[in-house]
Write a new protein. Structure first.
Length: 472
């Protein structure tokens, strides 16, 4: 596998490392939503927009600073529907604060406790989402190293079949540059840790072992490797011996058991990869139908329209895409996953070409140009938020409420206008100046600034967002 690109997407550039004080921007509750070895999470609300987030407060310890920087770096780069998003970060002399996407549905662990165990159909839906997140992070050169039900959260409350699962907590995650990368640090949670991790020589396959343990628990309600103490559990894991006997396993299909065996395989080289899990018969059953022709045609037109727009309007749409709620982009998320046939969390020219052919649609003559324009990372592939921003219907990104929240993102001093200095935070970076079609900051402001006062009012911002031509 090639080393992941070090260039930043537009979305990553807008995850700001704020120099200010977090309490100037957010209010938060004292009640904790969750607690771990690396921090406490509570609900927070942005003072300017009223949008809700999860705030992770991590106390800075000298011996953990490199781990904290690593977590921020990795989380900031994540851009996938099954991985939690980082909105902003703050730091003071005592703590580091991560402002994250709020997952209101709670932990998968709690759902397991409440339900006892799930039906095979429910479990397959969850496993599909878990392995999509693994495909993505592994393709991005990241090994999680601490997969467990506590680190999967539901975005919203509601029926499990309609719930979006999110992978969280990259505190123990590690970057790698090839599938042959070898890690040596023994870490993780005993009940979910892979045997090779205990031996001190392992790679990304350790995440799939942990996934196998979770599948076992989802179906049976019990753990495959038991013991009264961590030492006993670890001894059981080293042996790799587990049972699928008993009354509950009599009701479970042979296909599900086959998947568990191929994940809880002591030899990591014989273990299924995340992409192979997604192709396993047990997981494939129940896959949603691909996007229809009408939706495909609409997507192409929306993406083409996005490409004709100016950089600032694209930036605003990217902010909007990151702020919309799950139900507002549910269809686009489904379309993205249908197009992402190799499940690596990005869309290639070949994937979108093949999808259009499958829907019996004519291949647009400018498809390659559309792809290039959407590829803000320069990787030859479309990232998730870039796709959502480009595919949004004008009725969504032209809505006054969502535009107001995007406007407030750029209005850093909250004075009701956007100044050139505020735009410099995003638009005046050297890397951005080199992008195709990027113009001088003053020219961008001048085109939007109808009254000529040198600042962008909300009415001027709305005019840019709703006018039919390209816009600044």
């Amino acid at each position: 596998m090639e080393a992941p690109s070090t260039s930043l997407t537009l979305r990553e550039r807008m995850v700001l490392d704020n120099p200010g004080k977090i309490w100037d921007y957010y209010d938060w509750e004292s009640k904790s939503l969750g607690e771990g070895g690396y921090g406490v999470v509570c609900r927070a609300q942005c003072k300017k927009t009223g949008l809700e987030f999860a705030l992770k407060t991590i106390h800075k310890k000298t011996d953990q600073l490199s781990l904290l920087r690593n977590e921020i770096d990795i989380t900031k780069a994540m851009d996938h529907p099954t991985v939690v998003k980082l909105a902003a970060s703050f730091e003071d002399h005592r703590n580091i604060y991560l402002v994250m996407e709020l997952c209101r549905g709670g932990e998968l662990f709690d759902r397991i406790v409440d339900a006892g165990h799930f039906t095979e159909q429910q479990a397959a839906i969850l496993v599909r989402q878990m392995c999509r997140s693994l495909c993505y992070i592994h393709a991005s050169g990241v090994c999680h190293r601490d997969l467990k039900p506590e680190n999967f959260l539901f975005l919203d409350k509601g029926p499990l079949e309609d719930s979006q699962l999110k992978l969280v907590d990259f505190g123990l995650a590690k970057r790698f540059s090839s599938q042959q990368a070898v890690f040596t640090t023994c870490l993780g949670t005993p009940a979910y840790v892979a045997p090779e991790v205990l031996s001190g020589s392992y790679s990304v396959e350790c995440d799939l072992w942990s996934c196998g343990v979770i599948v076992y628990i989802l179906l049976s309600g019990g753990t495959p490797f038991g013991g009264n103490t961590d030492k006993q559990v670890i001894k059981s894991v080293r042996r790799g011996e587990y049972s699928m006997q008993g009354s509950i396993w009599k009701e479970i299909s042979s296909s599900a058991k086959d998947l568990i065996r191929k994940l809880l395989c002591v030899d990591p080289k014989s273990r299924l990869a995340a992409s192979q899990v997604l192709q396993h018969k047990w997981v494939v059953d129940g896959v949603p139908a691909a996007a229809n022709s009408e939706r495909g045609l609409c997507l192409v037109e929306n993406l083409r329209s996005f490409c004709s727009q100016g950089f600032f309007k694209k930036a605003a749409r990217t902010v909007i895409a990151g702020q919309l709620k799950h139900h507002q982009i549910k269809d686009l998320k489904a379309a993205f996953e249908a197009l992402d046939t190799d499940a690596d969390g990005t869309i290639s020219l070949r994937e979108i070409h093949d999808a259009l052919e499958k829907m019996d649609l004519n291949i647009p003559h400018d498809l390659h140009k559309i792809m290039q324009d959407l590829d803000s990372k320069g990787s030859g592939r479309i990232e998730y938020t870039d796709f959502i921003a480009g595919a949004l219907d004008e009725r969504v990104y032209g809505c006054e409420e969502v535009c107001w929240n995007a406007f407030k993102f750029f209005d850093r001093d909250d004075d009701g206008t956007i100044s050139q200095d505020e735009l410099k935070i995003l638009l005046a970076q050297q890397e951005l100046q080199e992008l195709p079609g990027m113009r001088k900051l003053a020219d961008i402001v001048h085109e939007i600034d109808v009254d000529g006062d040198g600042r962008i009012q909300f009415s001027e911002f709305m005019r840019m967002m709703t006018k039919a031509d390209g816009g600044p």
